[in-house]
Design a protein around this ligand. Structure first.
Ligand code: CA
Length: 524
């Protein structure tokens, strides 16, 4: 039996002097044992602190935070990332917001839905929280993964914010795991992904289940909740409607957007700032075009119509912020929770990179990231500094003035990137992005280099989830220079960059954090 790779990596640093042994290239500093090291940018931090203080003096409250999270949208889908009109689905709203804000070109998610969403809301890697893969129909968790976690809405709520999640959740639908039970004041949405619902209502795609009453009865016995629910922190839970047809599924996102638009206007009137996470159901397969958007894309394919719809709805939510007079006090961040799910092609997004959802190749984890804040983020900025979506956790906590509420008894992987996002010439504070697949540490990116110690290889075109294997690398790690080889096709390896073998020290230092802060197991 081979030792697990995590264990092997943990054993290496036992020989090293401290938690913070890093490679020579690494500019980051660890300021607390439980906090991810970051690159010090004191002057940038100071300038941005002054800018934020001036704004607060004007508005009389802390800024709002709005996350617009699209499900499974590829890096190459929006026009501002090379897609849009060129691939048959124009995205004028995302393109405009990117042009008037900051477009990140090295923004990273986890490789599937649940891991990314939980990481954004806890600032912690899925391997630490136990939420290492999507929770699917029939999964029975042994432990509530939220036990012992401090969610972002909980911290913001304690700091005077109204907190609202609209849309897809996907981090547990059992009692005690729902959004309004783990920190959100209010939740309006669906617990699972589109496909989990449509598989029971679409006879064209799933005749073997939908047209077989015996199987369908057994499926329904699994007890998954596919309703639109409206939950409140005080325990009140209303079931609004059920998805009974593909047309109901097609209409789901517009219902959610209309709700967010109404709520933005209501929340903007309050003395309190707000945190809104609007998580679209689209463009995760199965996409069905809303009647108002059918054929809207040049391509006419359902995925492309869904892209057009989501883009238009992003425009509607931002317009609601503007009409409510609160656009200048709101950080808007638009992103996707992972790369395109190529297994669902042609109901799938586009990435110019290698791999797709379910892998730690760039195609699985490099996602669009647009930061927009009228008057606070200079228009037209583009940055290749690395950014991890977990950084949104720390950034939101910092904007709320709640740094003192960050947990000290567990490891926090996110980094406060407020000054990077808001300074006109902002530089990133993150040095390394670590890529995990379930409980395997797979790769690290630092600057333009990415080193893999394990890789996921598909055994059929596009089958990155349904027919892929996890593989150890050979004598040398697979080292790519993403500036000259963004598709990760030909390693530069030790034949060109032998000195970069030192990146192994950064992976070992990262793995060593698990000795003091062991990972949690929740039964996934
Ligand atoms: Ca997803």
């Amino acid at each position: 039996m081979k030792a697990s790779p995590l264990l092997a990596l943990v054993l290496v640093p036992l020989l090293l002097p401290s938690l913070s042994a890093q490679s020579a290239l690494n500019r980051s500093i660890r300021t607390a044992e439980n906090m991810e090291p970051s690159i010090p940018r004191p002057e940038q931090d100071k300038a941005v602190a002054e800018k934020l203080a001036a704004l607060e003096k004007k508005t009389g409250k802390k800024p709002n935070v709005v996350w617009l999270l699209v499900d499974d949208m590829g890096f190459g889908d929006p026009g501002c990332y090379g897609g849009g009109k060129a691939i048959g689905a124009d995205t004028p709203h995302m393109d405009r917001l990117a042009a008037q804000g900051l477009r990140l070109t090295s923004c990273y998610s986890q490789n599937t839905c649940t891991p990314t969403r939980s990481a954004m809301l806890t600032g912690r890697l899925p391997v630490r929280t136990g939420l290492t893969r999507p929770i699917l129909a029939g999964d029975k968790l042994t432990v509530n993964p939220w036990d012992g976690e401090t969610s972002l809405p909980k911290i913001l709520g304690e700091s005077g914010y109204n907190t609202l999640l609209v849309g897809k959740w996907h981090i547990g639908s059992a009692k005690g795991m729902r959004p309004h039970e783990v920190g959100f004041d209010e939740y309006y949405g669906y617990y699972g992904a589109q496909k989990e619902t449509s598989q029971a209502v679409d006879p064209a795609r799933y005749p073997d289940l939908v047209l077989d009453p015996e199987k369908l009865a057994r499926y329904e016995k699994m007890g998954e909740d596919h309703s639109l629910v409206h939950g409140f922190k005080d325990g009140k839970l209303d079931v609004i409607s059920d998805i009974k047809s593909t047309e109901d599924m097609a209409r789901a996102d517009k219902v959610l957007t209309d709700f967010s638009v109404t709520k933005v206007k209501e929340l903007a009137k309050s003395d309190k700032p707000f945190f809104l996470m609007h998580a679209f159901m689209k463009v995760h397969t199965d996409n069905y075009a809303h009647p108002d958007f059918k054929g809207m894309s040049a391509s006419k394919y359902p995925y492309k119509d869904a892209m057009c719809e989501v883009d238009m709805e992003i425009g509607m939510i931002v317009k609601a912020l503007e009409e409510a007079g609160t656009l200048e006090n709101t950080l808007v961040f638009i992103t996707s929770d992972n790369g395109p799910q190529m297994d669902g092609w042609p109901d799938a997004g586009y990435t110019p990179f290698r791999g797709a959802k379910g892998t730690t190749w760039e195609g699985g984890v490099r996602v669009p990231g647009i930061a927009y804040w009228k008057g606070m983020i200079a228009p037209g900025r583009v940055s290749d500094e690395v950014f991890d979506l977990m950084d949104l956790f720390n950034t939101a906590v910092h904007l709320a003035g709640a740094d003192d509420k960050l947990p000290k008894d567990r490891y926090i992987d996110g980094i406060d990137q407020t000054s990077f996002l808001l300074h006109d010439e902002g530089l990133g504070k993150r040095e390394c992005v670590f890529f995990w697949w379930k409980s395997d540490l797979m790769a690290v990116r630092m600057r333009e280099y990415k080193e893999h110690v394990k890789v996921i290889l598909p055994h059929s075109t596009f089958m990155h989830i349904d027919m892929a294997t996890v593989n150890d690398v050979g004598t040398a790690p697979w080292l790519f220079n993403l500036y000259i080889d963004p598709k990760e096709e030909l390693p530069v390896g030790h034949r060109m960059n032998a000195w970069l073998a030192s990146l192994g020290a950064d992976m070992a230092a990262h793995a060593a954090t698990f000795r003091k802060y062991p990972p949690k197991k929740v039964g996934l």
